[in-house]
Design a binder for this molecule. Structure first.
Ligand code: 48H
Length: 259
């Protein structure tokens, strides 16, 4: 007869490593569990693709939790509120154009929605590099984030994918690797990263969606990462552009993977 401790530890170890093994190769790897990545994850999982999110923090959700200046409410436009309703997240009409949303409900709802649609979320795992073979991005190089933060000299492992979304937000970490480490030219006016511009809510919201695209074979960007690459303005605590960006990149990838 096993002692309870053995059963509990065994359950966690077997189930986790089974989950990891089942996801060593995925259709779509998403780096960053922010709002754009979570919407993309749900849409792609609902479309039947095998999707894994790698999030370096313990809690996915990215910049959604803190609202504006830690006041935990955010704003969304009418058409973006419809996307939140698909996640069963409550929005409260503010005027004829905008709704407010409790940012904690929004973060929790987006995470739950992506997961329930079938996307697998690996938290506390940092994507520290990419795999790129013969002109195509084909994998993410991962390590435990505490290992990276403690600067331990430990080699990573690789998850292969058919499509990779940089959903890392403002720093566009993955595109940085592609441009500065792999030396590839991406689909931007200079072939490189233009860098985010200061605050202009209306323009930033619009261009975030316009800037969402495939940047290189196998490599895509969503949300603030897409904006950083193409030199878009920031927009503060309004999130419609992030959701629409996630939805747009999911549609682009679904089309590319079908072809
Ligand atoms: C694993 C990583 C890595 C890595 C980063 O910033 P996010 O919330 O992402 P978006 O683009 O979906 O949403 C942006 C939004 O939250 C925001 O910041 C807005 C609207 N700002 C406007 C303004 O004016 O400031 O989430 C990115 C996630 C985070 O959870 C990171 O921890 C994670 O990506 N991440 N995960 N490996 N290398 N780098």
């Amino acid at each position: 007869m096993k002692v309870m401790e053995e059963t509990i530890s065994g359950a966690i170890v077997r189930r986790f490593f089974n989950k990891l093994e089942q996801n060593l190769s995925v259709d779509v790897a998403i780096v960053g569990g922010g709002p754009s990545g979570l919407v993309a994850a749900r849409d792609l999982a609902l479309a039947g693709y095998k999707v894994a999110i790698f999030e370096s923090k313990l809690a996915p959700g990215g910049g959604t939790w803190g609202g504006g200046m830690l006041m935990n409410e955010v704003v969304v436009q009418n058409d973006a509120a419809e996307i939140l309703h698909e996640f069963n997240i409550t929005t409260v009409p503010f005027d004829e154009h905008y709704h407010t949303v409790d940012s904690v409900e929004m973060a929790a709802g987006l995470i739950f929605g992506a997961r329930k649609a079938g996307a697998v979320i690996f938290n506390a795992i940092k994507v520290e590099d990419i795999a790129i073979h013969e002109g195509r991005v084909c994998g993410v190089v991962i390590n435990w984030n505490p290992v990276v933060r403690l600067d331990m000299h430990v080699d990573p492992i690789v998850i292969t994918c058919r499509a990779l979304i940089d959903g890392t937000g403002h720093p566009s970490e993955i595109i940085n690797k592609a441009v500065h480490k792999a030396g590839v030219s991406i689909d931007s006016p200079t072939g490189g990263i233009l860098g985010e511009k200061p605050m202009w809510m209306e323009d930033g919201e619009r261009t975030t969606v316009e800037n969402t695209k495939r940047l290189y074979p196998g490599l895509y960007a969503s949300g603030m990462a897409a904006n950083n690459v193409q030199g878009g303005f920031r927009m503060g605590p309004i999130f419609g552009g992030m959701f629409k960006s996630g939805r747009k990149i999911a549609q682009i990838i679904a089309k590319d993977l079908e072809a």
